[in-house]
Write a protein that binds this ligand. Structure first.
Ligand SMILES: Nc1nc2c(ncn2[C@@H]2O[C@H](COP(=O)(O)OP(=O)(O)OP(=O)(O)O)[C@@H](O)[C@H]2O)c(=O)[nH]1
Ligand SMILES: [Mg+2]
Length: 618
């Protein structure tokens, strides 16, 4: 018996082709497309210069990602399998520009493309490597600014679309607070998170660092594996084919983890999805056949037929009600989520504004501390947007499960893939610009000082004249002017500082409001898309059930009108068709590891299908 999910779906499609059920075929076609496009995405993330790009190179055994001591990665790179080397840059709208390997560094590093001003969404490198076969996709992300920065927020936005995250930090030091925060967020929305400690060749103490990190993880309640690796040793092993050095590099364990755990899990999930779809589809068709068989076997029983028809009608009504109920759950859920997510976001941002205002009020001249201040505000805003995003993602998933509850107890399998492209929600967090304050350089200061001094000189000069000193510019007048001008500088500076504080506050508030607006809008859009996806998904399921009921009803009616000869021929045909469906169901079940009792369950497949007729609308 085959254990290839693609072949099983193809067989199931062939088996249901004769029943003219485009709705059910569409469901299997979608399952087929999902299998063919199955990609398992691993995000490589971490603070600046921890060895992310070199780790990716080590994993694929090719120098795909530029690594430098002093030039940082600015654009994420997706490395995946391809028959031949294929390098391209992608725009956010998906437009693709093919480039050569030599050109790559100019576009994806800070050096040639500072702050990604060229505006690429990511680079794609396809290359023939066994480690990438099976759909593994490794994404090298920029470390610029660190995990708690605006760039870090963009990385966070990619988390829900990742199958696994590798947090990279070198063995020079133990985990920092932002690294632990990031790990907590990652484990909240991503099924596999592992920690990689790099540069073990450089730091003989690396085992101690790994132990310290394990302690931090345990204290934070984060359970992940920690791997110690040396990309330098791995690279040496790749170049010289040295197995001992390769073992020492720690890469075999990490690759084993990616293969067994990450790819293995993705494969299990894909199989479970296929089994679920094939079972659901064949169950509906078998249900129709069984209903018809019942009617064909005993058409004279008019009472039974009436009951059957009434029941079918009741089922249809129940289904309608149920559809109203799930739609209500979905709509109410989305409305609540919108409000909650918005409130959470505004609350976080308000707190940042409050702290920032205090900081400005009680601090010194904002002009002097602007860079640190702006950096701090940006970091806080990015962190708040990230936290809001992660929280929203979890709530959306919970809502999807809640809606699925209306359909079946088997809810994990009924969920549509909510995996969408990484949201732009928190990418809209941008850098904060300095308010336009008048530049009061030394020259300007001297001028203001002079102005004050000038009038006081006039005053004292006149005073001098008043009290009888005849000289045009008397020494007292001059001395007083110098004294007064110093005071005027002080007053004017105070005024300026106060003005600058106000301007800084206004700029900060504008910035926070702006980002809040963008993030809120993006998360509303995201939620709307999720609502649409869920509605389409569940509507399709409800429609399939409804149509199956109608078909049962029609088959029953036909059966009553049939002649004896027709009936006999039809019964033989039905038995044959049920056997065929049963075979497909057995093949689908074989895709999953069989527990001891499963064989028994398989033997009673027809019984299950019978129960399904009665239960599918219940
Ligand atoms: N000795 C040694 N050096 C390493 C190792 N991994 C990375 N490096 C060096 O560390 C520096 C930074 O490595 P990258 O891979 O560019 O780091 P990154 O995390 O991608 O940096 P950004 O993308 O700029 O954040 C480079 O000079 C690498 O050669 C390692 O395992 N051993
Ligand atoms: Mg890099």
């Amino acid at each position: 018996m085959t254990s290839d999910p693609v072949a099983v779906v193809e067989r199931a499609r062939a088996a249901i082709a004769r029943y003219d059920r485009p709705d059910l075929d569409e469901r299997l076609a979608a399952a087929h497309a999902r299998l063919l496009d199955d990609r398992t995405r691993v995000l490589v993330v971490g603070e600046f210069k921890q060895g992310k790009s070199m780790l990716v190179n080590g994993l694929v055994g090719a120098p795909v990602c530029p690594t430098f001591d002093d030039v940082a990665t600015a654009v994420p790179t997706v490395v995946r399998h391809a028959e031949a080397l294929d390098i391209a840059l992608l725009r956010p709208d998906g437009a693709r520009t093919t480039i050569t390997g030599d050109e790559l560094a100019d576009h994806i590093c800070e050096q040639g493309n500072p702050g990604n001003r060229e505006g690429w969404s990511h680079a794609e490198v396809g290359l023939p490597r066994p480690v990438l076969s099976g759909g593994l996709e490794i994404v090298d992300t920029p470390g610029v600014g660190g995990l708690a920065s605006v760039h870090g927020a963009a990385t966070t936005a990619m988390l829900p679309s990742a199958d696994a995250v590798l947090l990279v930090s070198d063995a020079a030091q133990e985990y920092t607070a932002p690294e632990l925060d990031f790990l907590a967020q990652a484990t909240a929305v991503c099924p596999n998170v592992a920690c990689v400690v790099t540069k073990t060749d450089l730091y003989p103490e690396w085992r101690r660092i790994v132990e310290l990190n394990r302690g931090h993880l345990a204290a934070a309640g984060i359970s992940t594996e920690v791997f110690g690796v040396s990309s330098a040793l791995r690279w040496h092993a790749v170049l010289h084919g040295d197995a001992d050095v390769n073992a020492e590099s720690g890469f075999p364990e990490l690759i084993g983890y990616l293969r067994k755990r990450v790819l293995g899990q993705a494969d299990r999930l894909a199989r479970r999805g296929v089994v679920h779809d094939v079972m659901a589809v064949t169950e509906q068709i078998a249900g129709n056949l069984l209903a018809e068989r019942t009617a064909q076997q005993d058409p004279a029983a008019a009472a039974a037929l009436m009951r059957e028809l009434t029941e079918a009608q009741q089922r249809a009504t129940a289904l309608k009600e149920r559809s109203a109920r799930w739609q209500q759950t979905l709509n109410d859920g989305v409305a609540d989520l919108n409000a909650d997510i918005d409130y959470d976001l505004r609350d976080r941002m308000k707190e940042i504004s409050r702290l920032a205002e205090d900081e400005l009020e009680n601090g010194g001249d904002p002009a002097k501390v602007w860079d640190q201040f702006a950096g701090w505000v940006q970091q806080e805003v990015a962190a708040a947007a990230s936290a809001n995003f992660i929280w929203a993602t979890r709530r959306v998933r919970a809502l999807a499960r809640h809606v699925a509850d209306h359909f079946s107890d088997d809810r994990e399998q009924l969920l549509p893939a909510l995996r969408s492209h990484p949201s732009d929600a928190i990418r809209s967090v941008r850098a904060m610009v300095a308010p336009k304050t008048e530049d009061k350089g030394v020259g300007a200061k001297a001028l203001i000082g002079l102005r004050g001094g000038y009038s006081s000189m006039l005053m004292f000069g006149m005073l001098g004249t008043f009290i009888g000193f005849a000289s045009a510019i008397n020494p007292l007048g001059l001395g007083a002017a110098v004294f007064m001008s110093g005071k005027a500088i002080g007053d004017e500076r105070k005024k300026q500082v106060a003005r600058r504080k106000n301007e800084a506050k206004a700029a900060m508030r504008r910035y926070v409001d702006d980002v809040t607006f963008q993030v809120a809008k993006d998360s509303r859009d995201r939620l709307r898309a999720v609502q649409r996806d869920l509605r389409d998904h569940f509507t399709a399921q409800a429609d399939q059930l409804k149509r199956s009921l109608l078909e049962s009803q029609q088959a029953t009616e036909r059966a009553v009108k049939a002649s004896r000869a027709e009936r006999e021929a039809r019964l033989t045909e039905i038995t044959k068709q049920l056997e065929q469906l049963d075979l497909v169901r057995k093949q689908a079940r074989a895709l999953l590891p069989q527990p001891a009792t499963a064989a028994k369950a398989a033997a009673t497949a027809t019984a299950t299908a019978t129960a399904a007729v009665a239960g599918r609308a219940g």
